[in-house]
Design a protein around this ligand. Structure first.
Ligand code: ZN
Length: 250
């Protein structure tokens, strides 16, 4: 009791109250005062490091996240950096206070993040253009066809397994020996999870697929579907290099 009343008295020091009012909690807005310290620690571990990394090394982080396949101006990178600084440094400050760190130390930590983040030399990104040959175009479209059909096949297989297996099991469950039942169930779960993982893998490859002409993400960054033309250079899908050569005979 003595300890908690001392802490309560400390909380009423005006300086702490002012700093408390300045706390930024943008990324962990879902963490409110009713959640315990563990929730804060988990939020700190899961949410804060990616944002701090994005704030400190914005150019590198964006290149890794976007696979060097999206053109970025220096201004865009600075815009992302500013947002990441607010979220990253703000949360380091807020969570440190919530974990009982003295406000001056919490402020110093947040300030260090801001300083290091601002010291990065930011340069715009231009994705490297791929080799412009007929065979590279053909290989590229062939890869797109393969990824697309593999993604569909995986998804259909997953849906079939998901809905049909319980029906089949319902019919034969009590006709097969108990031990074999559980082995079959375990095998079913493993196959179902691996099919779902395979679907995600090919979907991921599909959205990350790059244009054979400009080397950028064909779909762009925000569009959820694959467009008929490249989002950056407007190359129509399935265009062969020879078609382009006949358009521009020079
Ligand atoms: Zn393109």
């Amino acid at each position: 009791m003595a300890v908690s009343s001392t802490r309560r008295c400390k909380m009423k020091v005006p300086a702490v109250a002012i700093v408390d009012g300045l706390k930024l909690r943008l990324a962990v807005f879902f963490v409110n005062d009713s959640l315990n310290r563990w929730a804060l620690v988990i939020a700190a571990v899961l949410v804060v490091p990616p944002w701090v990394w994005l704030a400190l090394r914005t150019g590198t982080a964006l290149n890794i996240l976007l696979g060097r396949a999206v053109p970025l101006t220096a201004r865009t990178i600075w815009f992302v950096k500013a947002a990441a600084i607010v979220v990253g440094a703000g949360n380091v400050f807020g969570i440190a206070l919530d974990l009982g760190v003295h406000w001056s130390l919490a402020l110093a930590g947040a300030a260090a993040i801001v300083l290091v983040a601002l010291s990065e030399r930011v340069k715009g990104v231009i994705p490297p253009a791929p080799l412009q040959t007929q065979s590279s175009y053909e290989a590229s479209w062939e890869e797109l066809r393969h990824i697309r059909s593999a993604a569909w096949r995986s998804l259909i297989l997953f849906v079939l397994l998901f809905f049909s297996a319980p029906l089949v099991a319902g019919l034969v469950w009590y006709l097969i020996p108990r031990t074999i039942r559980w082995i079959l169930l375990a095998a079913y779960v493993v196959v179902l999870i691996s099919t779902l993982a395979r679907t995600y893998y090919f979907q991921w490859k599909y959205v990350r697929w790059t244009c054979p002409r400009c080397g950028c993400l064909f779909r762009g960054v925000w569009r959820p579907w694959m467009p008929r033309q490249c989002a950056y250079c407007a190359l129509p899908r399935w265009t062969e290099k020879t078609d382009l050569a006949s358009e521009h005979p020079n």
